[in-house]
Design a protein around this ligand. Structure first.
Ligand code: C2E
Ligand code: CA
Ligand code: CA
Ligand code: CA
Length: 275
């Protein structure tokens, strides 16, 4: 038994070693990814459940690594955050998203994901204002998606910066709602414009009465607080039906479309006919 335990320890250590090595490689390569134009954005549509029209697109980062292929953002964003690279990458993504959106028809909005590290940086309002100025995008066409982890290390400046962003005229969405430990508390810290119900609830919607009850009450809560509601990760028509019945405003997910390369956005928006 002892030999076995030692063996599995060694295996564990090897695996750990591999993970640490991959992380170091990613960090090293991420530093150059921006300059070498390996990062780009995909755009996933959001659709109005009442009119079934495309309201806009969420920008999602993609990294095409020359040796390792596509690396998912869930893997490289945390590396970027810890390595202090997220400010440069986030600033680039913001500007890139605004530049794309400025070429779309005026009724289409763009949403950009913002890391908590960016919210903690004092110049986020300046960075956003700069992206709007350079791209010429009207502020009301930009939405920032932030998660409740912003409030974990909340400092005095955090909420003030969110208000400063709001004063620029951009909308602010609370992303992944319901997945953290203090989702309800977040709603008291800042008056969000939009609430995005996490995919975890949508996934359970058809099989769990509890999940449906939770979604129903999240929607009621959002309505009472005058927020619009987005359900993310919608994959099946039956989920759309339930969300419609429960009064959700907007859907997003593979059922409508997967995130699209930038050059397919206009075609999608023009040819989308809904149901
Ligand atoms: P998120 O903001 O919650 O984005 C939604 C994720 O769910 C995206 O994964 C999207 O491709 C995926 N998704 C959308 N619809 C469906 C569906 O119907 N089914 C399933 N199974 N998945 C769906 P992605 O693009 O891999 O991004 C993962 C996360 O990485 C994002 O989660 C976000 O937290 C982060 N991220 C992506 N781009 C950025 C960025 O520019 N900045 C920052 N700070 N984070 C980003
Ligand atoms: Ca998001
Ligand atoms: Ca989300
Ligand atoms: Ca998420």
């Amino acid at each position: 038994a002892k030999a076995n335990a030692t063996g599995s320890m060694r295996f564990f250590a090897q695996r750990m070693g591999e993970q640490v090595r991959r992380r170091l490689i990613l960090e090293r390569d991420l530093r150059e990814a921006l300059e070498r134009k390996q990062l780009h954005l995909h755009f996933q549509p959001k659709v109005d459940l009442n009119t079934w029209r495309v309201l806009g697109f969420e920008a999602l980062l993609r990294w095409n690594h020359p040796e390792h292929g596509d690396i998912p953002p869930a893997e490289f964003i945390p590396v970027a955050e810890e390595a202090g690279l997220i400010l440069a990458i986030g600033e680039w993504a913001m500007l890139e998203a605004c530049v794309h959106a400025a070429r779309w028809p005026e009724e289409l909005q763009v949403a950009v994901n913002i890391s908590p590290v960016q919210v903690m940086a004092q110049n986020l309002p300046d960075a956003v204002q700069n992206a709007l100025r350079v791209s010429g995008l009207a502020a009301h066409r930009l939405e920032l998606e932030i998660t409740e982890s912003v409030f974990i290390n909340e400092t005095r400046g955090t909420v003030g910066r969110l208000h400063a962003l709001r004063r620029l005229g951009v909308a602010i969405a609370l992303d992944d709602f319901g997945t953290g430990y203090s989702s309800l508390a977040c709603l008291r810290r800042f008056p969000f414009d939009t609430l995005k119900i996490d995919r975890a609830f949508v996934r359970e919607l058809l099989v769990s009465r509890d999940a449906r009850a939770i979604v129903r009450n999240i929607l009621a809560l959002a309505k009472a607080l005058r927020m619009s509601t987005v359900a993310e990760g919608v994959e099946e028509p039956a989920q759309v039906k339930v969300l419609e019945a429960e009064g959700c405003d907007i859907v997003q997910g593979y059922y409508v479309a997967k995130p699209l390369p930038a050059d397919q956005v206009l075609h999608f928006a023009m040819t989308w006919t809904g149901r």
